[in-house]
Write a protein that binds this ligand. Structure first.
Ligand SMILES: Cc1ncc(COP(=O)(O)O)c(C=O)c1O
Length: 485
């Protein structure tokens, strides 16, 4: 009997090459024409098509690609549109897309000791340099801001614990460990704290001032009260760019307080940390470099394709000690047993063992475009939000609802004579109208108890005229909907 060996490599490489070129050409066209693309949510018909039964023989590469093109691509996220300012999203970039293809093609499972090591190391060096973080510090690339915060907080917990956390675990802590963040902090922090076993009630949400910054007097009081009640306050979390309104805490004061109290100082700089690259707003991040750990995304305000984030940590040994994998895993030791080398092995510094070659896109993009391009783009987004602020201020029926600190503008349609619940109903309806253009043009939130629309600009495709369109549309829809109320 002749045994036919199987492989996933193509039988006909020329035919495969044609398909690959077609896919590439289609995606380039998609990005080239993104402004005019219609991107809608999937309807019942599309969902049924996606829920196809798994066939025995497979449907073939070409057919499945056609399904992607017709049924999936037109119903993916609109974040790549120039008029997407909802939430905090990343727009990706064409060169980033190509770099990701190279990473998948080379299928390198780690960034430890091959050329990929040096790419990872250099990207961490560049990030430290861009953020003025100490040269001697270490860091690791992860897959987003949530994981970056998780990584920093896990190290904080292990380093500050009053027991050997790695061996004894949370069951053995003598006192309840508590952490502090402003009431504007991101809820991914809560998730991390739950996952590292602290329980979300250990996170104290501290009131903010009228610039939405943590109130240091209230923070001091909370720490004092917890100590008096037998708790162990061990970590202060600063916010560099809050998700609601883009506010920045006073990091110098937080660093000073953390040092006086013997606490860890962590900063969630997921998107806002990049104000460091601007001329006009870099001062907002003053003192951020004093953090013991710092979490930042590259897939939001550095416009890299999802998912890439980074944790920087001053104490490299504490970082390594938290994640170092399997002292007993003999099969991992062959040939690489020097502690010094392992100190910047990403798989000893974060959760996964096998890793995607995530540093490649950052390496190629930063090297291709240089610091100057990113500085100009960040500045452009900040200037665009100032422009939007002027447009909003010029309209009597529009109201700015939170202080404009960085790249987020909270605003709403507010003709006189409407109470809070009517304003909420009206502005929700305006947001609904905008989402008929595409999902996420703006998003909404509640700031200090008031419902508001919210535009966050981390978009390298936005033009000033897009904000003219936004204001005109909100005014037009606001007027129409007011008549119906
Ligand atoms: C301030 C802040 N921190 C953390 C996160 C979570 O980051 P990611 O979505 O990359 O996990 C976000 C997301 O918007 C954020 O705005």
């Amino acid at each position: 009997m002749v045994y036919k060996e199987e492989t996933l490599d193509p039988e006909n490489w020329d035919k495969f090459s044609d398909l690959g070129h077609q896919m590439l050409e289609d995606m380039i066209q998609h990005l080239k024409t993104v402004r005019d693309q219609t991107i809608t949510l999937p309807d019942e018909k599309i969902i049924t098509e996606i829920y196809a039964p798994l066939t025995e023989e497979g449907e073939g590469e070409e057919k499945v690609y056609q399904i992607f093109k017709q049924s999936i691509l037109p119903h993916l996220s609109a974040v790549i549109k120039p008029t997407f300012w909802g939430f905090v999203v990343g727009t990706g970039s064409p060169y980033g897309m190509l770099a990701d293809m190279l990473a998948s093609g080379s299928n390198c499972p780690d960034e430890d000791w091959l050329a990929s090591t040096y790419c990872h190391r250099q990207v961490i060096n560049w990030i430290k340099e861009l953020l003025d973080y100490p040269k001697e510090a270490g860091g690791v690339l992860v897959y987003g801001g949530t994981e970056a915060n998780f990584t920093g907080l896990a190290v904080a917990r292990n380093k500050k614990a009053e027991i050997d956390m790695k061996t004894k675990g949370m069951q053995s802590v003598p006192r309840k460990m508590t952490l502090y963040v402003s009431e504007e902090g991101h809820h991914c922090l809560e998730r991390s704290i739950e996952l590292i076993g602290l329980g979300n009630e250990s996170l104290r949400w501290i009131p903010t001032d009228d610039m939405y910054r943590i109130r240091v007097d209230k923070l001091r009081e909370a720490i004092k009260k917890d100590r008096e009640e037998g708790c162990y306050p061990f970590c202060i979390i600063g916010c560099a760019g809050t998700v609601n309104s883009g506010a920045f805490d006073d990091f110098n004061s937080l660093a000073k307080l953390a040092s006086k109290e013997g606490m860890w100082f962590h900063v969630d700089a997921a998107f806002g940390g990049w104000v460091k690259l601007s001329n006009t707003h870099r001062h907002l991040a003053n003192g951020m470099e004093k953090a013991d750990s710092l979490a930042i995304d590259l897939h939001k305000w550095m416009y890299m394709p999802y998912g890439i984030g980074c944790t920087l940590i001053r104490d490299r040994v504490a970082h390594f000690s938290t994640f170092v994998y399997g002292h007993e895993a003999e099969y991992l030791k062959s040939g690489f047993d020097t502690f010094k080398d392992m100190l910047d092995w990403p798989d000893m510094l974060s959760l996964p063992l096998s890793r995607y070659f995530v540093s490649l896109k950052a390496y190629m993009l930063l090297r291709a475009y240089g610091k100057g391009k990113y500085c100009r783009l960040i500045q452009q987004n900040l200037d665009q939000i100032s422009y939007l602020e002027k447009l909003v201020k010029a309209e009597e029926c529009l109201e700015i609802t939170a202080p404009v600190t960085s790249n987020i503008l909270c605003f709403r349609y507010n003709p006189s004579g409407f109470d809070e619940s009517q304003l909420e109903e009206l502005n929700k309806a305006i947001r609904g109208e905008l989402w008929k253009v595409h999902f996420g043009v703006v998003s909404d939130t509640t700031v200090k108890g008031r419902y508001t629309l919210r535009a966050c600009c981390t978009n390298h495709r936005t033009k000033y005229e897009d904000f003219d369109w936004l204001v005109n549309t909100v005014m037009k829809k606001g007027l129409e909907l007011t008549k119906q109320l």
